[in-house]
Design a protein around this ligand. Structure first.
Ligand code: NAD
Length: 356
């Protein structure tokens, strides 16, 4: 069993810890936190060995939480460490991982140069095999990469134009906003998402514009992708439906936004209501002739708290060189339940009518 340490046990870290625990070939060596808050209590109750960041063990002990040591101790007890600390802290932790010779997985809040490879399991798993470190790209870049990889393989991609309507903060982030505005963020164009996508697809021509809105549940992407080939909307729909981490949301479910999506996944018994897959609205998939090729347009929703979680598990397997891409993705999906438990097909009557 591969021992995986998780440094930073917040929104992403606690999900990655649960995901690692569910895998047949990994175990959680422990989790490190800075604050002995409710999440630390849950980590203790789940039986994860607790480690204290920044020499703060006394604060955990005062809160009645036993600690097994500090971050160095956790890294020493781990074969691979997943750094899920706040943006920028991962880069500060890098020297510890390098000094102890422990491969590290960083998150998308870090600059790309924190690791030799920016990672998306669907697009470039092989680049991270046996690497010293990898950076799982951000939730938005993960969502874009999962979409572009199959489109590029099947049709060729000439140009991507993406408007990213981003949630102001996660549900627990009471200090974030806006609370009554729609804010171009950044107001300069392109947003950082385009260059981030190019860490995965260096040759792709992409323009991105970002906004922040008063919502917490998910991001929404409005995309137009110019393709080399000339596929029908139906062919694109079928292509995406084949992808295990893309959920093509059928029209008949009546899901009109992130609220109903997360309500559905919660009802379906997903932990925390998590949506690990890109959610592409089936009826939004539209193909039209454009001046530079076929313009494919669609809307997709991305659950920012969840979509990078299976990617982190695969990144661990990649740097540990434990499995090839197909094996890792299948194992991760099966253990977590990615791509299952939700209705993803149309009733046959509707499908037949669409084929007419
Ligand atoms: P978070 O604030 O929810 O959690 C961070 C955790 O790290 C907390 O448990 C905190 O106590 C701990 N921590 C703080 N300083 C530490 C230190 N010095 N050492 C060890 N632990 C420390 O953050 P998050 O939202 O989980 O984000 C983590 C990373 O994941 C960031 O790079 C972020 O950009 C990225 N990410 C976040 C999201 C999202 O929507 N939340 C999505 C994708 C990627």
């Amino acid at each position: 069993m591969l021992r995986v340490g998780i440094n930073g046990y917040g929104t992403i870290g606690k999900r990655v810890a649960d995901a690692v625990r569910s895998q047949p070939d990994m175990t959680v060596a422990g989790v490190a936190k800075r604050t002995p808050n409710y999440e630390a209590q849950v980590a203790r109750d789940r039986g994860f060995p607790l480690y204290a960041a920044d020499d703060r063990g006394h604060r955990f002990e005062a809160a009645g939480l036993d600690v097994h040591g500090d971050v160095r101790d956790l890294v020493g007890a781990s074969d691979v460490v997943v750094d899920a600390t706040p943006s920028g802290v991962g880069a500060q932790n890098r020297s510890i991982y390098e000094e102890l010779g422990t491969p590290a997985i960083y998150q998308g809040g870090e600059d790309p140069d924190v690791a030799p490879v920016s990672f998306n399991a669907r697009a470039n798993y092989g680049d991270a095999r046996d690497a010293d470190a990898a950076r799982v790209v951000s939730c938005n870049t993960t969502g874009l990469s999962r979409l572009l990889a199959p489109l590029r393989e099947a049709c060729g991609v000439r140009k991507v134009r993406a408007t990213l309507v981003r949630r102001g903060g996660d549900p627990a982030q009471t200090g974030r906003g806006p609370i009554n505005d729609t804010v171009p963020d950044p107001v300069s164009i392109p947003s950082h998402h385009g260059p981030d996508l190019q860490t995965i697809f260096p040759d792709i021509d992409v323009d991105t514009m970002g906004m922040k809105v008063p919502a917490t549940l998910m991001h929404t992407h409005a995309l137009t992708i110019t393709l080399d080939g000339d596929p029908s909307a139906r062919a694109v729909r079928d292509l995406l439906a084949e992808e295990s981490r893309v959920l093509v949301v059928p029209e008949h479910l009546g899901i009109d936004g992130a609220g109903k999506l997360t309500d559905y996944t919660g009802d379906a018994g997903r932990p925390r209501g998590d949506v690990w897959e890109n959610c592409v609205w089936a009826e939004s998939i539209t193909c039209r002739d454009g001046p530079g090729g076929t313009d494919l347009s669609l809307f997709q929703a991305i659950h920012q708290e969840a979509d990078v979680v299976p990617e982190n598990v695969d990144a661990v397997r990649a740097v540990a060189d434990m499995a090839d891409r197909e094996t890792s993705v299948r194992r991760t999906n099966e253990a977590l339940g990615v791509g299952s438990g939700l209705v993803t097909h149309e009733p046959s009557r509707v499908a037949d009518a669409a084929d007419d």
